[in-house]
Design a protein around this ligand. Sequence first.
Ligand code: HEC
Ligand code: HEC
Length: 328
Amino acid sequence: MKKGLLFLAAFLLLLVSGLFGYVLFSTGPALLFPQTPLPDIQARPEPQIIERGRYLFHGPAHCSQCHSGNDRDRPQDINNVPIGGGLELPVIPLGTFYARNLSSDEETGVGGIGATHLARTLQTGVMADDSLSFFVSQSAAFLSDEDIVAVISYMRTLAPVRREVQRGSFSLIGRFLFSFGLLPLEPRQSPTPVHVTDTTTPSLDRGRYLAENVMLCTFCHTEFDKVALQMTGPSGGGSLPDPSHGDDSDMEFVAPNLTAHPTGITGRLDENQFVARMQAGREFTSSIMPWENFAATTQNDLRSVYRYLRSLPEVDNEVGATYCRGHL
Ligand code: HEC
Ligand code: HEC
């Protein structure tokens, strides 16, 4: 009987170390996708294109939230924040990643990376070194080709900041899950969204493009399965509780219901009150919502977002306090 148990334990140990050994040899700390084609996109010199890129980068597309290096500093002037990267983004237990230096420094930034490679990253998540970025593929804006051109043109004008940023990596568990197809991570395949121009009057179409693809309201404010990497609840109906990523890790956040139901934000606030709330900024230091970037978004765009959120099917979900002691 004892011998049998010992034998079983030894067998299991061998099996587990064999599996991990296989993972170590078959995948490196990065997931490589060298076959991903490069799009035909170039940076442009026109000042109005560069200006639109600047607006997107620091405003609705909130690139500077992660790439400014420290999202806890909460810069007063988000439009002039240095883009030297360095922010540590742990994804427990998949790995730890660091937002890269996006300034035009040739060695430590993206100055030496061609526009087509930068565009491929924004379309698919595959970076210049052919590795897949967890964050770009999962939680960065999915811009139209026109807006990708604008953002890259703007990035080209950023003064070089010399700052070496450490390379992130997937953990052994992350690589294990990936090798056995348990982590459905791959380059974004879908065509980039259709561009919707900013017009002088707010529109539902512009609101949809912003809320779904650029400002990612429905991405954060919907129940999400972190293993299957997909939405599990009604769109904009409120998220599941998530432990704070800040020093207050005993606390948790819930992104509230945004729909027009009386329990939802756009059911409770009229359009002017909504715009005022978005511009008032953050209440909690460690919330992951990019409040500073959204306060730098035009009134027109915020009104478009309001109209789109109100058009979503109403969800009856009172989330209660959005910041409270965690029960995880
Ligand atoms: C939620 C945080 C986050 C946001 C928002 C974000 N990024 Fe990133 N980005 C990262 C991280 C982290 C990396 C590093 C790689 C990784 O994920 O492992 C990265 C990598 C990149 C790279 C790859 C550079 C290289 O060396 O090839 C580019 C380009 C980039 N981001 C541009 C952008 C732009 C433009 C935006 C706005 C549209 C943006 N990012 C928004 C976190 C973010
Ligand atoms: C990266 C995730 C993320 C994104 C993107 C995001 N939110 Fe949030 N949001 C949260 C979290 C978490 C909270 C709760 C903590 C807080 O109030 O900051 C929240 C809270 C809110 C609140 C409640 C503020 C209050 O007064 O109680 C409003 C309004 C809101 N979000 C609207 C939006 C809209 C509109 C968008 C898109 C334009 C958006 N959010 C995008 C995560 C996000």
